[in-house]
Design a protein around this ligand. Structure first.
Ligand SMILES: C[S@@+](CC[C@H](N)C(=O)[O-])C[C@H]1O[C@@H](n2cnc3c(N)ncnc32)[C@H](O)[C@@H]1O
Length: 246
């Protein structure tokens, strides 16, 4: 934790203090609801404040160019993982949960993905995304409370930097079961961040471990070794379920 905080403290102590007061005192008053929070309202307000930037979805304590550096590494890692899993992106149906300001939408577009669906709890950025990616589909939905209603199933489902914003175990389980229904046999799911320690950090931030995630999956899923991704770890899960012939 200090590794993340110290550089920000050194660079802009006042900014760090202001964010700590906002996130620790003011925002919980506005958005917290018992052990949970009003996620749609929180993300809507955050996107209205920052617009389609990386600060909106990345680290608010970093500048746009610092966020861009971190995202650039993530971009390369994600493409490499798709190669390793032998996913032919140009022929794949891709579902992204929590598409935010569209950083990974752009990646998939660059890689020739034709069939893409982006889901997000807020539609604040959908009109700019739809203008940029006119053939892609964007759906407003809370994946912790509503069944994902998209047909057919997908070759690749990604959910990057979203699970830490699901703050109750019940909702995490529902969201993960929801994703599994969307995966084709042999489909691949990529999730992050996976943390070493289960920990509630802020009203909208809860860290989950590999064990927390595994609990929502049956033995039909293969878990790959964790991969370094942004400041944490990403998990690749493969659906190994094959229907028996006949
Ligand atoms: C930290 S941002 C990450 C955005 C994007 N995946 C990225 O890495 O740039 C989290 C995103 O998840 C969305 N989100 C949060 N909770 C959600 C939920 N329950 N259902 C769908 N989307 C959700 C937010 O609106 C936001 O776009």
């Amino acid at each position: 934790m200090w590794k993340e905080i110290l550089p920000k403290l050194y660079r802009n102590p006042l900014g760090l203090l202001q964010r700590a007061i906002y996130k620790g005192l003011i925002a919980p008053f506005k958005y917290a609801q018992g052990h949970d929070y009003q996620a749609q309202r929180y993300w809507q307000d955050r996107f209205l404040k920052y617009g389609p930037t990386l600060q909106a979805v990345g680290d608010e304590g970093l500048s746009e160019s610092e966020n861009a550096q971190e995202y650039a590494q993530a971009y390369n890692t994600l493409i490499q993982l798709c190669w390793q899993e032998q996913i032919d992106l140009a022929q794949s149906q891709v579902l992204e949960i929590g598409c935010g300001s569209g950083f990974y939408t752009q990646l998939f577009h660059d890689q020739g993905v034709k069939d893409y669906v982006g889901i997000d709890i807020t539609n604040v950025l959908f009109s700019s995304l739809q203008t940029k990616f006119p053939t892609y589909h964007f759906i407003q939905q809370d994946v912790t409370t509503q069944l994902i209603k998209v047909e057919p199933q997908f070759d690749l489902v990604i959910m990057i930097d979203v699970i830490e914003h699901i703050v109750t175990p019940e909702k995490l389980t529902l969201a993960l079961q929801n994703l599994q229904r969307c995966l084709k046999p042999a489909g691949v799911l990529m999730l992050c961040p996976i943390m070493p320690k289960h920990q509630k950090r802020l009203f909208y931030l809860h860290f989950w471990t590999l064990e927390d995630i595994k609990m929502a999956f049956s033995e039909n899923y293969l878990f790959r070794p964790l991969v370094s991704f942004r400041q944490h770890h990403l998990l690749v899960i493969k659906n190994s379920y094959h229907r028996q012939p006949g």
